[in-house]
Design a protein around this ligand. Structure first.
Ligand SMILES: C[S@@+](CC[C@H](N)C(=O)[O-])C[C@H]1O[C@@H](n2cnc3c(N)ncnc32)[C@H](O)[C@@H]1O
Length: 368
């Protein structure tokens, strides 16, 4: 049994913890920057395949006091590296230091690498390691006086589902899009509409949820080349059994930008939802939905750059008009605008704080 961390953007830790619990994984607890859990490599493989809102899954190799470089070196060297790294392993070391006595990230990385090499030398009887085999990305994270050493199991970040080839002007991370849908309260049984759909991320993530499609079904993971992980085939086969490709759903979107709509159509097709998600050219202010209930989810333009503030506020006012015309629909809008509620003209029922990259945002939720 090992300890694992499903890393997540600030604000999404609780959502990721709920996802892990729903997968039946044990010992889950949310903490800043992610959610920890206990389990076997098979649990981590399952998490990689199914987590919609996490960035990556790391295995905790060890945690120990590190108030000096000597302590860091000895702590790393004491770990059973030969259990994890084969003779040919490539093991790049990345690092971060947060409010730590050891503030030099590059020194921490170099010392960690040296300590691993020293330990491996005694086991493999080699003076130099070829590093020509599978890649095991290692991270040394020093917080205060404690170091945590982890091995990444995901490889490419988990938001890379494989359906997006070009990111457009203002891409929304797939992981944040999935979290917005979860936090909006939508559960797949009512219409969902993104009136400012851009390149279509929210629509595709919603369709994947409705079809019970594992977000990582068509991609690979670093752990697939780790000898101590079970083959992913069984886990993928089980995910294919769960898949409900024909389940009916009502997911659609619109945008005023024809270029963005073209990209949305391309992504929808690449995600396998061609003909099932319709997007049209329309101003958000002009919708009058025929269904009496549903959920609008969107991220209007941010207005971060000087000169963009007006278009950002125009978009927020368009959302207010949308909501007034469809008063039984819920709305969840992601915005970095500090005066969102003032411009919208109404206080949100909930507004969880999240980070979109480095930008602090709120998800402004208006329930019925
Ligand atoms: C930040 S982008 C959305 C990105 C999108 N979530 C994605 O996955 O690519 C904001 C979008 O809102 C659209 N937009 C702005 N004002 C609008 C309005 N009044 N009606 C419809 N779309 C609008 C822009 O054209 C732009 O594509």
């Amino acid at each position: 049994m090992s300890e694992w961390i499903a890393c997540a953007a600030f604000g999404l830790e609780g959502v990721v913890a709920r996802e892990l619990n729903a997968l039946g994984i044990r010992g889950v607890r949310a903490e800043t920057g992610g959610a920890r859990f206990e389990g076997e490599p098979a649990d981590a493989a399952l998490a990689n395949l199914w987590l919609r809102c996490a960035d990556r899954v790391r295995m905790v190799c060890g945690k120990f006091p590190a108030e000096s470089f000597d302590q860091l070196f000895e702590g790393v060297r004491a770990l059973p590296w030969h259990d994890w790294l084969p003779r040919e392993a490539a093991f790049p070391v990345s690092g971060k230091c947060v409010r730590a006595q050891l503030m030099s990230v590059s020194d921490c990385q170099a010392i960690t690498k040296k300590a691993i090499v020293e330990k491996m030398k005694t086991r493999y009887n080699l003076a130099k390691f070829p590093e020509t085999g599978a890649v095991f990305p290692i991270e040394v994270s020093v917080r205060g006086g404690e170091a945590t050493i982890t091995i990444d199991t995901s490889g490419e970040a988990l938001n890379r589902r494989g359906y997006r080839t070009w990111n457009g002007e203002a891409p929304l991370r797939e992981t944040l899009a999935a979290a917005m849908i979860s936090l909006s309260g939508w559960r797949g049984d009512a219409p969902l509409h993104d009136p400012m759909c851009g390149t279509g991320t929210l629509l595709i993530e919603a369709a994947m949820i409705a079809a019970d499609r594992a977000p990582g079904l068509t991609r690979s993971f670093a752990c697939e080349s780790y000898h101590w992980f079970p083959p992913m085939k069984d886990i993928r086969d089980a995910a294919r059994v769960r898949l409900k490709p024909d389940r009916a759903f009502a997911i659609a979107g619109g945008d005023i930008d024809t270029g963005a709509l073209e990209l949305a159509r391309r992504h929808i097709s690449q995600a396998g939802f061609e003909g099932r998600i319709r997007v049209i050219r329309k101003n958000a202010a002009d919708y009058q939905q025929s269904e009496t209930r549903g959920t609008f989810v969107c991220n209007p333009p941010y207005g971060v750059r000087i000169g963009d503030a007006k278009s950002s506020e125009d978009a927020i006012r368009a959302l207010r008009a949308l909501r007034d015309r469809n008063s039984n629909w819920r709305l969840a809008a992601l915005s970095a605008h500090p005066g969102f509620e003032r411009v919208f003209g109404k206080r949100a029922n909930r507004k969880p704080r999240v980070y979109n990259g480095r930008l602090e945002c709120g998800i402004y939720c208006y329930d019925k």
